[in-house]
Design a protein around this ligand. Structure first.
Ligand code: GDP
Ligand code: IMO
Ligand code: MG
Length: 426
C-alpha cells in the first residue's frame, strides 16, 4: 500500500490535526515527519479539544500506531508531558514509537532561539522560541544529539560536553548569558527522560516499511506548511525543516514511489503567525473579523494570527511543490458572515500579472493581489453535513477555488469537530 501524505499548503494552522484525525479512522499508522513542538495540532472529539505538539494526530484512535519519524526534533520533556496529559484523558499511548534517529532539542537550543530572536530586534523572525532552528542547525553541522544517544550515558555525556563547550562559549561571549551545566542536563535527560522514553524508542524506518509491506494504511503527517519550508517558503521567514511532501520521504525513510495520495490542506482564507510577506493580509476590520470568527490565536503560543483572503497563487505553487492530488478546505464556516468573499487569483508586480509567485523574495514583498469577488452565502454552515444542504453560493466558492488551483476539493470543514467535514464528489 502506498503511504498518504497530509501537508499544509499555506503558513500553518490549516487544520492538519483535524484532517489527520479524520483520515486516521481508516489508517493503521500515523507518522509525524518533521518539525517539533513548534507545531500545535488541534483535534476536537465530542466537544473535547486536544492540542497536540509532537504526538501524531491519529493517537486518539486505539487502532493507530503513532510514530515520530527521524525528521522530527524532539524535546523529550515536552513529549513526556504531552503523553501524560493524553493518558490522564484516557488515551492509550502505549503503542507510541519514537525514531532513535530523531534529533533531541536540548536546553541550549531553546536558550539560543530566545537570545538570537532578541538580538535580531526588529528583524526577528517571530519564531516559536522552542529551539527548533538551533536543533536543526546542529543536525546539519553534525553536532546534534539523537534520541538513541539517551540509551548510552557515556556517549550522551561525551557528545553533550563537545556541544556544550561551543554553546556555552557563544552564550557567554556573544549573548552575555550564564553557562549551562552538563551535570544538570545529564541529570534531567539521562536520569529523568531516558528511562521513560526507552520503551518507545526504536527503528521507525523498519516499522513503517513493515507496515507498508503488509498492506497497512500509513499516513505521513506534516507540521508547519509549504510556505514555511526552509527551501520553498518565504525565506528567511520560515521554519528550519521541510514540511513539503519531499520532507515526508526524508523524514520517515520512505521513497517517493511509496507515496500515493498527497492531500494538501488549506484554510478558506489565509493566516500567518510571525513575520514575513503576506500579499493578501487584511489589516482592516475584515482581518479583525477573520481573527474573531476563526479564533485565530496560536494553539500553543497564543499569538494572534495575521489574516487575509484566500490566495490561489500560493495554492497553485503548493500543488506543484507537493504534487498534490487534492485539497481539503477548512474553516469555510468562518466566512459565513461576509456579504462578499474575495479570492486572490493573480499578483501584480512590476506591471506584470503573475499566476505563480516569482522566485525573488523582493517581488513577493511588492506584489499586490488581483482579486475576484464572489457573493457570500450568509448562512450558518456549522450544522451542514451533506453537500445537498450547502448554499449554492458556498458551493460556487468551492468550485471557483478548485478551478483556480487545478485540483479537486473533496473535503470541506465547517467547524472544529471531527464530524464537521462535508464530502464533495469531484
Ligand atoms: P494545524 O496546526 O494545521 O493542525 O491547525 P491548528 O489546530 O493549529 O489550527 C486550526 C484551528 O482551526 C483549530 O483550532 C481547529 O480546531 C480549528 N478548525 C479546524 N477545522 C475547522 C473548521 O472547518 N471550522 C472551524 N470553525 N474551525 C476549524
Ligand atoms: P503548525 O504545525 C504556524 C512559524 C513561526 C515563525 C516561523 C519560524 O501548527 O501549523 P520556528 O519556531 O519554527 O523556528 O518559527 O514559523 N511556525 C508556525 N506557524 N503553525 C505552525 O505549526 C508553525 N510552526 C512554526 O510562527 O513565523
Ligand atoms: Mg497549528
Amino acid at each position: 500500500m502506498p503511504a498518504t501524505v497530509v501537508v499544509g499548503t499555506q503558513w500553518g494552522d490549516e487544520g492538519k490535526g483535524k484532517l489527520t484525525d479524520l483520515l486516521a479512522g481508516s489508517m493503521d499508522m500515523v507518522v509525524r515527519y518533521q518539525g517539533g513542538h513548534n507545531a500545535g495540532h488541534t483535534v476536537v472529539v465530542d466537544g473535547e479539544s486536544f492540542a497536540l505538539q509532537l504526538v501524531p494526530s491519529g493517537v486518539l484512535y486505539p487502532h493507530i500506531t503513532p510514530v515520530i519519524g527521524n525528521g522530527v526534533v524532539v524535546d523529550p520533556g515536552v513529549l513526556l508531558a504531552e503523553l501524560d496529559v493524553l493518558s490522564a484523558k484516557g488515551v492509550d499511548v502505549s503503542r507510541m514509537l519514537v525514531s532513535g534517529n530523531a534529533h533531541l532539542i536540548m536546553p541550549y537550543h531553546q536558550e539560543l532561539d530566545r537570545v538570537t530572536e532578541r538580538f535580531l530586534g526588529k528583524n526577528s523572525l517571530g519564531t516559536t522560541r522552542r529551539g527548533i532552528g538551533p536543533a536543526y542547525a546542529d543536525k546539519a553541522t553534525r553536532v546534534g544529539l539523537r534520541v538513541q544517544d539517551l540509551s548510552d550515558a557515556k556517549i550522551f555525556r561525551q557528545k553533550l560536553e563537545v556541544a556544550l563547550k561551543e554553546k556555552n562559549g557563544v552564550l557567554a561571549k556573544v549573548y552575555n548569558r550564564l553557562p549551562l551545566s552538563a551535570d544538570e542536563i545529564c541529570d534531567r535527560y539521562l536520569g529523568e527522560y531516558a528511562p521513560r522514553l526507552a520503551p518507545m524508542v526504536g527503528d521507525a524506518v523498519t516499522a513503517v516499511h513493515q507496515a507498508l509491506e503488509s498492506g497497512r494504511n500509513v499516513l505521513l503527517e506534516g507540521a508547519q506548511a509549504t510556505f514555511l519550508d526552509v527551501d520553498h517558503g518565504t525565506y528567511p521567514f520560515v521554519t528550519s525543516s521541510n514540511p513539503t511532501a519531499g520532507g515526508a520521504c526524508t523524514g520517515t525513510g520512505v521513497g517517493p514511489r511509496a507515496i500515493g495520495d498527497v492531500i494538501g490542506i488549506a484554510k478558506a482564507y489565509v493566516t500567518r503567525v510571525g513575520a514575513g510577506p503576506f500579499p493578501t493580509e487584511c489589516l482592516d476590520d475584515i482581518g479583525d473579523l477573520l481573527v474573531e470568527r476563526g479564533h485565530e490565536f496560536g494553539t500553543n503560543t497564543g499569538r494572534r494570527r495575521r489574516c487575509g483572503w484566500f490566495d490561489a497563487v500560493m495554492l497553485r505553487q503548493a500543488v506543484r511543490l507537493n504534487s498534490l492530488s487534492e485539497v481539503a478546505l477548512t474553516k469555510l464556516d468562518v466566512l459565513d458572515a461576509f456579504d462578499t468573499v474575495r479570492v486572490c487569483v493573480a499578483y501584480e508586480a512590476g506591471g506584470e500579472r503573475l499566476e505563480h509567485p516569482l522566485f525573488h523574495q523582493s517581488a513577493l514583498h511588492q506584489a499586490t493581489p488581483v482579486y475576484e469577488e464572489l457573493p457570500g452565502w450568509k448562512t450558518d454552515l456549522t450544522a451542514v453535513t451533506d453537500v445537498a444542504e450547502m448554499p449554492p453560493a458556498a458551493c460556487s466558492y468551492i468550485e471557483f477555488l478548485a478551478d483556480q488551483i487545478g485540483v479537486p476539493i473533496r473535503l470541506v470543514g465547517v467547524g472544529p469537530g471531527r464530524e464537521q467535514f462535508v464530502r464533495f464528489a469531484a
